[in-house]
Design a protein around this ligand. Structure first.
Ligand SMILES: Nc1ncnc2c1ncn2[C@@H]1O[C@H](COP(=O)(O)OP(=O)(O)OP(=O)(O)O)[C@@H](O)[C@H]1O
Ligand SMILES: [Mg+2]
Length: 358
């Protein structure tokens, strides 16, 4: 008889026990860990995911970055076989997400955006249940439970009921559960949503370790720019269901161009601008609302020179601001708005808190 648990968005309850060889033993047929061709999802008239073409390499730590409603979770749900694509194709670890669902499910671990834990069970019981659903035998299951608990630093809390875990501990346990059956690819949908800055940094460390030390290919979604920047080898910026930019965070930031230097100045602004024009590393100089705004290559190294020139032309500077391009600037360039303005954080947080209370 099939086991039942109450949270339907837990992949193990949604898909039932997985048959066949243990996930970690499955062999990939293709080079890319994940490939999508024209992947599209419509809900009625609304196109949530719009012809996505993308390959994610084995061993990559890949980020889908986008605002509230961009289509990130819908992409994850199609790749994890929870939603059927309307059009197009996707393969995960060589298996077609529409036609080889069991093989896909065997190759992946998933942490969904909505929490999917049974608070009445302890951390260890949750993991044990998951291991059973994946057909792991007793000794292997017990060994793996200890390993994954160790990985997310929860060994000492293993026998506490999960309703008594903090939000960060629950998220870590969910990540551990996603790893239980030795997946090739781990999907993390908003892994740190609503967690405090310190807990988020711990979770980043676990994610890095899983990727770099355990070789797990990781696909995460986030609307935290700094998360994508700190963690990901490559990032796809998703807007209205489309990829609008795709590259490493470094390259994306480089595309924005020079650093910005803002000089609050008491007197001598015009003379200073004229004196600075002769340097090739000054890309532009202007006065905006009384502040001297410069575009400068490698600004950090140039600030002493700028101060020296200001000194020579008797300009009186009262403060200096330096702004290096961030992924926020990249997002602004490609979408025409700031991610914070979209209300992503607030909306998603309110929704999540509401769900967590249930
Ligand atoms: N089951 C569904 N039925 C109808 N519309 C849906 C469904 N699931 C998602 N959508 C819509 O598809 C769009 C993309 O939603 P999705 O959840 O993929 O966005 P997201 O990028 O994950 O956003 P968030 O940052 O809030 O998690 C949204 O407009 C959403 O309302
Ligand atoms: Mg989402």
């Amino acid at each position: 008889m099939a086991l039942k648990i109450k949270k339907v968005n837990d992949i193990s309850s949604a898909i039932g026990p997985v048959k066949g060889p243990l996930p970690g033993q499955a062999k990939a047929k293709e080079e890319a860990a994940i490939s999508m061709q024209g992947l599209t999802k419509r809900f009625g008239d609304m196109t949530a995911v719009d012809h996505i073409d993308l390959e994610i390499n084995k061993g990559e730590l890949f980020g889908l970055l986008g605002a509230n409603g961009a289509g990130k979770s819908t992409i994850i749900k199609m790749l994890t076989t929870m939603l059927t694509p309307t059009k197009g194709e996707a393969r995960v670890w060589g298996h077609n997400v529409s036609r080889e669902r069991n093989a896909v499910r065997s190759s992946i671990g998933v942490v969904f955006q909505d929490p999917a834990i049974d608070g009445m069970l302890t951390g260890r019981e949750n993991l044990d249940f998951h291991g059973r659903m994946y057909g792991m035998d007793g000794p292997l299951r017990q060994r793996r439970i200890d390993e994954v608990l160790e990985l997310v630093d929860l060994a000492e809390k293993a026998d506490i009921k999960m309703e008594d875990y903090s939000g960060g501990m629950q998220r870590r346990l969910e990540i551990a559960r996603g790893l239980m059956h030795y997946p090739h690819v781990l999907f993390l949908d908003e892994p740190t949503l609503g967690l405090d800055a310190q807990t988020r940094r711990y979770i980043w460390q676990y994610i890095r370790n899983m990727n770099k030390e355990n070789g797990v290919t990781i696909v995460l979604t986030t609307h935290y720019m700094e998360e994508a920047d700190a963690l990901c080898d490559r990032v796809a910026i998703i807007d209205n269901g489309k990829i609008v930019a795709l590259d490493s965070p470094e390259n994306l930031k480089d595309m924005i161009g020079s650093d910005s230097v803002s000089l609050e100045i008491q007197s001598g602004a015009e003379t200073l601008i004229q004196s600075l024009q002769r340097f090739s590393w000054i890309k532009s100089a202007s006065i905006i609302n009384g502040t001297v705004e410069l575009k400068v290559d490698h600004a950090q190294q140039r600030i002493p020179e700028i101060m020296q020139v200001a000194n020579e032309c008797s300009a009186v500077i009262t403060s200096v601001g330096l702004h290096k391009p961030t992924l926020e600037d990249v997002f602004l360039k490609y979408t025409g708005r700031k991610i914070r303005e979209t209300g992503a954080t607030a909306n998603s947080l309110v929704a999540m808190m509401h769900r967590r209370k249930k």
